[in-house]
Design a protein around this ligand. Structure first.
Ligand code: GRF
Length: 225
């Protein structure tokens, strides 16, 4: 799926402050987006360090991907905390103790709230496999998103990388990439094609941030390099 100027739009720039290139990746599952970040760093397409990978699920495949390349991992179950905020505060404490500058939700199946968002102002991003605000919100995860796209008869879908706010999937978009729907394709096939674009788009946003994290620049529209 080529990413041309016609199907990609920078919506706005994130301007985290203060800035560093230490990423904290939060995930719950297989971690293919984490892998895209790992590969981009290894291939020097991305100037950043993954300080820690945190999962709320002990069997998340993403933990193994991180451990394989020596990245610190942590399982922090969301169960047993007095409140959601307490869990978020625990996440903040782990991220801060590792001097994380940017938090990346890469398939983290938990809604994060004010304690985490306020602790990392303008520096929590999420990746979603549709063109938000279409097909976002509660229950819109995994194949459900792509099934909803097909059920709605949409002719295009895509990827949104957005800043995280307390309202699920409603934070301001940073980058969107459109992906045409192929008539008759299955949700699984569509998911595979969108996932490939997710990997590229996520790395593109992180690379952009790592180069211009201190600049309060306006939002340009440009193609993936
Ligand atoms: C991706 O589709 C992402 O957009 C969504 O969760 C999925 C995670 O996939 N938020 P992976 O674990 O990175 O492979």
């Amino acid at each position: 799926m080529p990413c041309s100027a016609a199907n990609i739009a920078w919506v706005r720039k994130m301007t985290p402050d203060p800035i560093n290139r230490r990423l904290g990746v939060l995930l719950s599952g297989r971690g293919s987006n984490l892998q895209a970040i790992i590969d981009a760093i290894a291939e020097r397409r991305l100037d950043a360090t993954i300080a820690v990978v945190i999962s709320n699920q002990k069997n998340a495949g993403g933990l193994e991907r991180a451990q394989r390349v020596g990245i610190e991992t942590l399982t922090l179950s969301h169960r047993g905390w007095p409140s959601r905020d307490d869990y978020d505060r625990a996440l903040v404490s782990e991220l801060r103790s590792r001097n994380v500058g940017l938090v990346c939700l890469a398939g983290f199946m938990r809604k994060v709230g004010a304690p985490l968002i306020d602790a990392f102002p303008n520096a929590v991003l999420n990746i979603h496999p549709s063109l938000l605000p279409r097909h976002g919100g509660r229950g819109m995860v995994g194949l459900a998103v792509h099934a909803a796209v097909l059920a709605a008869g949409d002719t295009e879908t895509g990827v949104t990388i957005h800043e995280v706010t307390p309202v699920l999937d409603a934070g301001p978009a940073i980058l969107q990439v459109r992906v045409p729907v192929i008539p008759g394709e299955s949700a699984v096939d569509l998911a595979d094609r969108v996932l490939e674009v997710e990997h590229r788009a996520l790395v593109e946003v992180l690379a952009d941030l790592s180069g211009s994290m201190t600049a309060a620049s306006p939002a340009p529209i440009r193609a993936l390099r």
